[in-house]
Design a binder for this molecule. Structure first.
Ligand code: CUA
Length: 603
């Protein structure tokens, strides 16, 4: 496609966008109480989080998985209480979960960094739940690290990161997508590196980045080179036919001003079946072991022009349409998935970034500059109805919403109950705690005729996107490990039984298999010689849920929780002479402080 035709100036919209970046809160339509969320009745007094939506001792009905941005992981939040239930560390070490303190997690963190000596950190943006039949299946959560071009897989039986991969040939892994049956996981590369990825270089056709296609275990299957612009947010159709991504900067500029010159950019659709055909037909070149699919393969790629510098792309749950939010254009484009043509434009206000759907044909779009959530009807936009008709409600957001996510977002199974709006600014919403402000997530009840703000949730800086699914989908998550299975699976060893601690020496390698129970380890003293390489496996003998022990050896940088039935492995070189206490870091019993053993290192 020739983007020269699209390169027209659009002075008006650019001027508004550039000048208006500090505008907030100009909605005029006040909130009206709705009938309330039938699935989860909430008190009519429960406004702005002042009254808990879930009483003490009661359970949340849904879980939200937030990316934690520069915290490099995932926060799991209960809905509607908006309480943080746990963190899942991913790209960054976290002592509280022992992540980064054993060999396996160290290898995943450090081994995937571009420079082995740098500290592993991540910038997580887009959590994506795995799907079966176009609906969340509760099995896995995938998440990107924009900073270091990595992607991770979290097993939701364990609520634990099980794999991290660095994606070759691209820079800035931003949007990710999971198809209808988790056959493929897709990722965009945001930053152009034309000199690396340039199989067909000439002046008019420089491949700048690529869409990466992986299998469900994150093995790279192929990459589809992208000719124009930068790819950022990504989605998949609910039938899995297409993966699509917004393409901004079709000007191929390198400065912000160059990137906003033309009034049109595009949404790129990749036909997944055509990609498979191209691979089968050998229509690819190889770069660093990755198959670069010929992007000119017939039917593989379609660039659909939309408003300038588009951002969010979201599939409609019925599978007929997808919508692209305009960012610098005050519109959301509706694209028909049969024809791949724009069939409607919803005028929603300044700075639309993301949209999400309910189960009644409505779309909720956040406007960053107007600072609102706009509810509009998709069918009425396609039918060409006037704005006064298709706009159903405009509510203030506090402030400047980024992503929007309703329950079941991106699937066939839009729930129509909850909408979470992660805002980029909190401003005057909370008491002053210094120059680093909390972020503000807002929860809307969308089950009634009118959406209704029911809670604010201050959270650490700064989450980004999320997925919402019923808590019942995760009811089989382990609460206690099967000791034998877990040890074999994780470490390829047998779990140690009560009273069967072994300490074996093979030259300078000392291998210990031991246990933890309330309130002692299976060994009293471990005598070592300076320079010994030590491996310790500790099996928890606990079967009662919520009885977690720890194994910390601070002088050797070790701290690992041991959940019921779990076997952990820690490794260290005993290079410091002296007596060091290994102690339990999780409060497990009244004798928790007494739970310790000596490690004695002799000359
Ligand atoms: Cu075991 Cu504290």
């Amino acid at each position: 496609m020739n983007f020269a035709a699209l390169q027209r100036p659009a002075a008006l919209v650019v001027a508004v966008a550039l000048a208006g970046s500090t505008l907030v809160g100009c909605s005029t339509m006040p909130a009206k109480p709705s009938a309330g969320n039938q699935a989860n009745p909430v008190s009519t007094n429960a406004l702005n989080g002042r009254v808990p939506l879930v009483a003490p001792g009661e359970m949340d009905s849904d879980l939200a998985f937030f990316s934690s941005g520069p915290y490099g992981g995932v926060w799991v939040v209960g809905l509607p209480s908006m309480r943080i239930l746990r963190e899942i560390p991913v790209f960054e070490a976290r002592a509280g979960y022992g992540w980064g303190f054993d060999e396996n997690s160290k290898k995943l963190l450090q081994g995937t960094m571009p420079d082995a000596t740098s500290v592993s950190w991540g910038d997580t943006h887009h959590p994506m739940l795995s799907k079966t039949g176009g609906k969340y299946d509760g099995k896995y959560l995938y998440i990107n690290d924009l900073a270091n071009s990595r992607i991770a897989k979290i097993d939701l039986k364990l609520f634990k990161t099980v794999d991290i991969r660095r994606i070759p040939n691209i820079q800035g892994v931003h949007g990710i997508g999971v198809d209808a049956d988790t056959r493929y996981v897709f990722a965009t590369g945001e930053y152009e590196i034309p000199n690396v990825l340039n199989p067909k270089a000439n002046e008019d056709n420089k491949f700048r980045t690529a869409v990466t296609v992986m299998d469900k275990d994150l093995n790279v299957v192929a990459q589809v080179p992208v000719a124009y612009g930068n790819t950022d947010i990504m989605g998949t159709t609910v039938d899995g036919k297409y993966v699509f991504t917004t393409v901004y900067n079709t000007e191929n500029g390198t400065t912000m001003r160059d990137m906003v010159k033309s009034d049109k950019d595009a949404v790129l659709f990749i036909n997944v079946a055509k990609m498979e055909e191209a691979l089968k037909a050998g229509k690819f070149t190889e770069l660093n072991g990755v198959k670069l699919v010929d992007p000119d393969f017939p039917g593989l790629t379609t660039y659909v022009p939309v408003g300038k510098n588009p951002h969010g792309v979201d599939p409609d749950p019925t599978g007929k349409y997808m919508v692209a939010s305009g960012k610098l254009s005050p519109t959301v484009s509706v694209i028909d998935l049969e024809t791949l043509k724009v069939v409607g434009e919803a005028e929603v206000g300044a700075g639309p970034l993301h949209s999400s759907f309910d189960n009644k044909g409505n779309v909720y779009t956040g406007t960053f500059l107007d600072s609102t959530v706009v509810k509009w009807n998709l069918k009425e936009v396609v039918e060409g109805k006037p704005k006064e008709t298709y706009i159903k409600q405009v509510e203030p957001a506090h402030y400047s919403p980024g992503h929007m996510m309703a329950d079941g977002g991106g699937t066939k199974d839009a729930g129509g109950r909850w909408l979470i709006v992660p805002n980029k600014f909190a401003k005057d919403r909370f008491v002053n705690v210094g120059a680093d402000y909390p972020e503000n997530q807002q929860l809307f009840d969308i089950s009634g005729d009118k959406m209704r703000l029911i809670a604010d949730m201050p959270i650490l800086p700064e989450p980004h996107d999320l997925q919402i699914a019923p808590a019942s989908l995760f009811k089989d998550a382990v609460q206690a490990y099967n000791a034998q299975e877990a040890a074999q699976h994780e470490h390829g060893v047998a779990a140690t039984k009560d009273g069967e601690t072994t300490i074996e020496r093979h030259g300078t390698h000392v291998e210990v298999h031991t246990t933890a129970k309330r309130s002692e380890y299976g060994f009293k003293d471990l005598k070592l010689k300076k320079g010994d390489h030590v491996t310790i496996y500790v099996t928890s003998l606990e079967t009662t849920k919520d009885i977690t022990h720890g194994f910390a050896l601070p002088d050797y940088g070790i701290n690992k929780p041991i959940n019921p039935g779990e076997t952990i492995r820690v490794d260290f070189v005993a290079d410091k002479v002296g007596t060091y206490w290994a102690y339990c870091t999780w409060f497990c019993s009244a004798l928790h402080l007494e739970m310790r053993s000596r490690i004695i290192v002799e000359e």
